[in-house]
Design a protein around this ligand. Structure first.
Ligand code: C2E
Ligand code: CA
Ligand code: CA
Length: 749
């Protein structure tokens, strides 16, 4: 659920990021484009104005040149009379670009073919020309035609270079207007001619013509600029008019270079905006589609990543059998709960089914898996929100419970295990009632976590250690890890670190416990028992280290060592003439049973010491026979064939059956001390024992009673027909020297 929310959040975040990104890009792009368009438009506006000034200038200058040529011609031909002159001018006007040309004498009286007696002496262009200056007048009403126009005036010189008159010619405004007829900015802009005062003299006939702009001095421009200021500062430029509505305009101005006239080009600012709006629409569309595409890609990437993550997560964090969290997941969640944010106290529980291997054999793997799933289900149902669990391996479950006190921990686990067991019959299928004859046992160990820095491995080990204590109790129960257990563990660790050195330094000593004939009361053999002479801890008994050495396989080395010692003493004593009628027996751990070269190794040792294998008894504990019967029968046969005597040790402590005995070709049955003492007040048991001993004798198996402590026990066992006795009542385990002395002094043999 949480993961799904994360996913949605991610997509939404991706969506927003994409949109914001697209918007930023869009705005930046638009702004950039707007600037480009703006500048481009302004440049083109100015360029057109500029180009038009060139045309205009050329036109004006060619007019002047025309007049100048005519004036030279006139001055050369002085002596024309007025009428002749009129004809000349008349003919000339027909060919020229002017509407009219007149000659003006120094008094200002002008004449031409279409008028007479008009005095021009008040006209500035006449006065300037009389002063020898070629000039073009500002626009004004013509004296002759009464039209608005501009007059070009050039002086006429005599041969002495004195001004003898003025030649004046006019162009009407319409002439200038023609020059402005240029298509600009896709027909959206128009041109106008502005005189030195800033007044618009004429402009192109145009759809965008603004009648409001007739005098640039009155037009308000952006940033409070005025045309006069700007034209004074910059020869040419572009200005934007101020406008409250949307009809502001760009006006580019460029000087013609004559009379301070300007050509201006005007375009509505909205033209640019229009372009920008369409650009805006296109780019918005583009960015939106890109955003959508991007969003689809991002969603797809997130989706595929999540799918891959889920797959990986499943592999990495889900148990293949229970479909619930696995150890990896547990490890992760455990460490989280061990961090500072979690204030709760916790206890770790390890839980398993006793002899799950057997359960699998009896009920089949499918049912085995169903049982595990059922366990997972019940555990899960019983946890609070802060608690976690996982299957660790096979049938081992790890559970992290919130710790309140020891009793509540035990109670919770007890009710959990009862719930698991109560519903098992519903889980196991196709067993037609057999389930009721099988006793399921669950065991658990609890480790209360008092230091959150302890690694999980260590805590699991501790919980397992506690569990081990109740293993083999044949009932569903559990235990809590305590300091005692811890000390035992520490001691084991210490011993483990030290064992190889101890073996090298011969700290392991062989002790012998004599075996006595019930009939004669004499020592007939002995069992070799190991003792560890620890330089600091003193004598350590095998119960303290044998289980550990079996776990770490060191027992193999130790047993070979003991075997060597025993062979050594047999050989030594034989050479001294001390020969025991029976065997010196040694205990062989079950760990050896899977060793293929065991028999060869033992034979090599006896051969090295020149000892008969039949002088050595090999004791194998009874419980080993029922773990892997085939294997042990095979090994025993090989040992027997090699000549060793075979003991079943601790007989009666487990589930031994005489049936198996038949196949085993055993030499000695050593009855367990516990088994014997339990029978003292049990008449039925005694009868069975009696039969067992007799039957053993019938199949030529010697019976040994172990752990005989009292005279009463000795009598009882003797009565039951036992052959051999071993126990504190007779002898305690003793050193080799003590045994040797006893054998010699007591003249036992
Ligand atoms: P086990 O083979 O059953 O050996 C008999 C144990 O009973 C010995 O304990 C012995 O001292 C003790 N015992 C003998 N008579 C009496 C008695 O009258 N009363 C009582 N209470 N106890 C008696 P120990 O020597 O401590 O050995 C314990 C176990 O350690 C042995 O049990 C055997 O399984 C194992 N063990 C001893 N030495 C070796 C060894 O060299 N190799 C292997 N693999 N296991 C050994
Ligand atoms: Ca033994
Ligand atoms: Ca025993």
């Amino acid at each position: 659920m949480k993961r799904k929310r994360n996913y949605t959040l991610k997509v939404v975040a991706a969506f927003f990021v994409t949109i914001v990104f697209a918007l930023i890009c869009s705005f930046t792009y638009l702004d950039y484009m707007r600037n480009i368009l703006n500048n481009d438009t302004k440049e083109r506006l100015l360029e057109v104005a500029d180009r038009t000034t060139d045309t205009m200038k050329i036109k004006l200058q060619s007019g002047i040149t025309e007049l100048k040529n005519l004036s030279t011609a006139i001055s050369l031909k002085s002596g024309y009379n007025t009428e002749e002159m009129k004809d000349v001018l008349y003919n000339y006007v027909k060919e020229s670009s002017f509407q009219r040309i007149e000659l003006i004498d120094p008094n200002g009286d002008g004449y031409s073919n279409d008028f007479k007696d008009i005095n021009f002496s008040d006209r500035e262009y006449f006065q300037k020309a009389m002063n020898g200056e070629v000039n073009i007048s500002n626009f004004m009403q013509e004296k002759v035609s009464a039209e608005i126009g501009s007059t070009f005036a050039v002086p006429i010189f005599n041969e002495n270079n004195e001004v003898i008159g003025v030649l004046a010619a006019s162009k009407e405004v319409s002439e200038f207007k023609k020059l402005l007829d240029v298509n600009i900015l896709g027909g959206e802009g128009y041109l106008a001619l502005v005189d030195s005062s800033g007044a618009i003299i004429t402009s192109q006939n145009h759809k965008n013509y603004d009648s409001g702009i007739t005098d640039l001095r009155e037009v308000k421009f952006e940033n409070n600029n005025t045309f006069v200021d700007c034209s004074r500062k910059f020869e040419k430029g572009v200005l934007k008019t101020q406008s409250s509505s949307n009809d502001s305009k760009y006006i580019a101005y460029a000087p013609i270079g004559i009379n301070n006239w300007y050509i201006i080009s005007i375009v509505p600012a909205s033209i640019i905006e229009k372009n920008i709006t369409s650009l805006n629409n296109i780019s918005s569309l583009m960015w939106i589609s890109m955003s959508i595409l991007l969003l689809i890609i991002v969603t797809y990437i997130i989706y595929s990543k999540r799918k891959a993550d889920n797959k990986l997560e499943k592999i990495a964090f889900v148990d293949s059998v229970t479909n619930d969290p696995n150890y990896n997941s547990f490890f992760y969640d455990f460490n989280k709960r061990m961090s500072k944010e979690y204030k709760n106290s916790y206890a770790l529980v390890t839980l398993d089914i006793d002899k799950f291997k057997v359960v699998n054999d009896v009920f089949g793997y499918e049912n085995g898996d169903d049982i595990l799933r059922h366990m997972a289900f019940v555990i899960c149902e019983n946890l609070t929100q802060n608690e976690i669990y996982a299957r660790h391996s096979a049938d081992n479950f790890l559970i992290l419970l919130e710790y309140i006190d020891e009793d509540s921990m035990l109670n919770r686990m007890d009710s959990m295990t009862i719930e698991i067991l109560n519903n098992l019959d519903k889980v196991i299928k196709n067993m037609s009632g057999r389930i009721y004859s099988y006793k399921f046992i669950l065991n658990y160990g609890i480790c209360i976590i008092d230091d959150k820095k302890d690694p999980l491995d260590l805590i699991v080990d501790r919980a397992n250690l506690a569990k081990k204590r109740v293993k083999g109790s044949h009932k569903t129960t559990g235990a809590i890890y305590t300091k005692d257990l811890r000390e035992k563990m520490l001691m084991e660790k210490e011993l483990e670190n030290y064992m190889d050195k101890a073996l090298r330094e011969k700290q392991f000593k062989v002790y012998f416990q004599p075996e006595v004939s019930f009939k004669t009361g004499k020592i007939i053999g002995a069992e070799a028992l190991v003792r560890w002479y620890h330089p600091e801890k003193g004598i350590i008994y095998p119960d303290k280290f044998i289980p550990l050495f079996e776990k770490n396989q060191f027992i193999k080395k130790l047993d070979y060592y003991m075997f060597n010692e025993v062979a050594f003493y047999i050989q030594k004593w034989e050479s001294e003439g001390i020969v025991l009628p029976k065997t010196l027996s040694i205990n062989l751990s079950r760990v050896h049973l899977s060793d293929l070269d065991l028999v060869d190794e033992l034979l090599k040792i006896v051969k090295d010491h020149n000892v008969e294998p039949s002088k050595i008894g090999i004791e194998l504990t009874e419980s080993a026979f029922f773990e892997d019967t085939d294997l042990i029968i095979n090994v025993m046969e090989r040992l027997k064939n090699a000549g060793f005597k075979i003991y079943i040790d601790d007989f009666g402590s487990g589930y031994s059956s005489l049936n198996t005995l038949k196949d085993l070709k055993v030499d000695y049955l050593k009855f367990d001390r516990g088994f014997l003492t339990n029978l003292e007040d049990n008449k039925k048991g005694q009868a069975i024992l009696h039969n067992l001993v007799n039957m053993a004798r019938d199949i030529s198996i010697c019976t040994v009673a172990e752990g005989v402590e009292t005279v009463a026990q000795a009598n009882f066992l003797s009565e039951k027909g036992f052959d051999i006795a071993q126990g504190y009542y007779y002898y305690k385990p003793m050193t080799a020297k003590e045994l040797r002395d006893k054998l010699i002094n007591d003249e036992n043999i």
